[in-house]
Design a binder for this molecule. Structure first.
Ligand code: HAM
Length: 441
């Protein structure tokens, strides 16, 4: 066993008022603290409803995958593959990476498990962490979470209705979360037949122009990537670039037309952005991103990727999907739900007085649990006043007061916290009494 030695521990100076701690979460990675969980649970609840409604089944793939899966799938020359992958060397000398996204892994799983033999298309969803070694900044992390929806068909039906369904389902999820002013940006980047001509035109247009080093490289590896460039000096040149929409072949044009017809039918607010190419190489035809009018970071992004399966050595699979960035959503919905998301508030709070009552409280709590009555307590606190303080913060509408006398008599006091009215109830009847009262509310 190789010996792993810890480096000497450096002290980190945190903000004033905080303790001085030797360790912090790795750069760009964050703890999700209990106070934020109601927001995450809200997201997951709405996501579950949408995925169930649109009939998606859950899939989970490993966090680590072979490096080549992404090199082949996402593509050399993309920022993700060139700069952003966390590579793990295995003891056997292989290279695994922390998945930077889940579309390539889902297609790998589709091929590996022969999911084309099941009824087609397969409608799959996933929710989990992804990792990209980016420069951390607001809304951009090194570990972040995605909810993804993918529709895959081994029968080669590249039906535009699936493109529309993916856009519609992701849009409606964001809408259900009460996110306002959503805008869908959409484009078609053509197919194997028409894209080469467009790439050639784009390269010709850029030739001899004063562009950044990255763009020069992009022109050699994958000219479409120049449209991703954020460099200030390249923007006027980019603005005059030929539009991919002018070079689409007839089948791609008709595919796009059908997608737009479906979106028009449900009145989704999209705008065409002929410079939207997306940062991953596996797309063909439809690509889209969803923003709010106020923000410049995409909340969701996706598109069609009919060649990915073949790029990974599999049979032809036509597919389309989306991934939604959960951290970005949480930041937006935080202000909407500041007061309304305490879903775990127990409706009953148990207060004990004296040691005998404290011991007997344990079996009472178990009894209530078996009756599916969530009960909060502060058995770790000794004094009545400190228990009441916790009870008040918990905001439960009913309190159970279990004193010396009651524990001997086999009864308990039920107190309505709003009216202050109290009633003594035999322990044998307390579960029924609480069910009755909780049901009544
Ligand atoms: P993507 O555009 O790379 O696409 O990521 C999708 C979403 O994940 C983004 O719109 C954003 O909300 C979120 N996201 C991406 N990077 C970060 C980051 N560093 N920090 C926080 N959030 C981030 C994909 O990943 C494709 N696999 C989507 C797809 C599914 N295409 C077809 N099917």
């Amino acid at each position: 066993m190789p010996k792993v030695k810890a480096k000497s521990v450096k002290k980190v100076n945190l903000k004033e008022g905080q303790a001085v701690l030797p360790f912090q979460a790795p750069k760009g990675m964050r703890d999700i603290l209990p106070q934020d969980m109601p927001l995450w649970e809200k997201f997951e609840k709405e996501a579950k409803q949408i995925t169930e409604f649109y009939n998606f089944s859950k899939i989970e793939t490993p966090i680590l995958e072979n490096l080549d899966l992404f090199v082949r799938g996402i593509g050399e020359g993309t920022d993700i593959v060139e700069k952003e992958m966390f590579v793990v060397r295995t003891r056997g000398g292989g290279k695994l990476v922390l998945r930077p996204e889940m579309t390539a892994p889902v297609v790998r799983a589709f091929i590996q498990h022969g999911l084309h033999r099941l009824p087609q298309p397969q409608r799959l969803y996933y929710l989990g962490p992804a990792f990209r070694h980016e420069n951390p900044q607001s809304g951009r992390f090194r570990q972040f979470h995605q909810l993804g929806l993918e529709i895959l068909s081994g029968e080669g039906e590249s039906d535009p209705v699936y493109d529309a369904e993916i856009v519609i389902a992701s849009y409606h999820l964001l809408e259900e979360l009460k996110i306002k002013n959503l805008v869908i940006q959409l484009n078609s980047i053509g197919c194997r037949t028409c894209r080469p001509t467009y790439k050639k035109k784009l390269s010709e247009y850029y030739r001899g122009k004063d562009i950044c080093r990255d763009c020069k490289l992009r022109l050699q590896i994958n000219p479409l990537r120049v449209l991703d460039c954020k460099n200030k000096n390249c923007q006027p040149i980019k603005a005059g670039a030929p539009s991919v929409l002018d070079y689409l072949c007839a089948p791609c044009k008709s595919h796009l037309k059908r997608v737009l017809e479906f979106l028009d039918e449900v009145k989704l607010p999209y705008i065409m952005n002929s410079q939207l190419v997306r940062g991953l190489d596996y797309y063909n035809r439809t690509v889209f991103e969803i923003f709010t009018e106020e923000g410049d970071l995409a909340l969701a992004g996706g598109g069609r990727y009919d060649y990915l399966s073949e790029m990974l050595g599999g049979r032809p699979v036509s597919a389309v999907g989306v991934a939604i960035g959960i951290e970005r959503i949480i930041e937006i919905i935080r202000s909407t739900y500041t007061n309304g998301l305490n879903s775990h508030k127990a409706k009953v709070f148990l207060v004990y007085i004296g040691d005998v009552a404290r011991i007997k409280s344990l079996s009472l709590i178990e009894d209530l649990r078996k009756n599916r009555i969530p009960v909060a307590q502060a058995l770790g606190k000794n004094s009545l006043s400190s228990q009441l303080e916790v009870a008040q913060k918990a905001g439960s509408p009913l309190a159970l007061i279990f004193g010396q006398k009651e524990s001997h008599e086999g009864s308990i006091i039920v107190r309505d916290m709003e009216s202050g009215v109290q009633e003594v109830v035999p322990l044998t009847k307390i579960a029924d009494e609480l069910k009755h009262r909780l049901h009544r509310d």
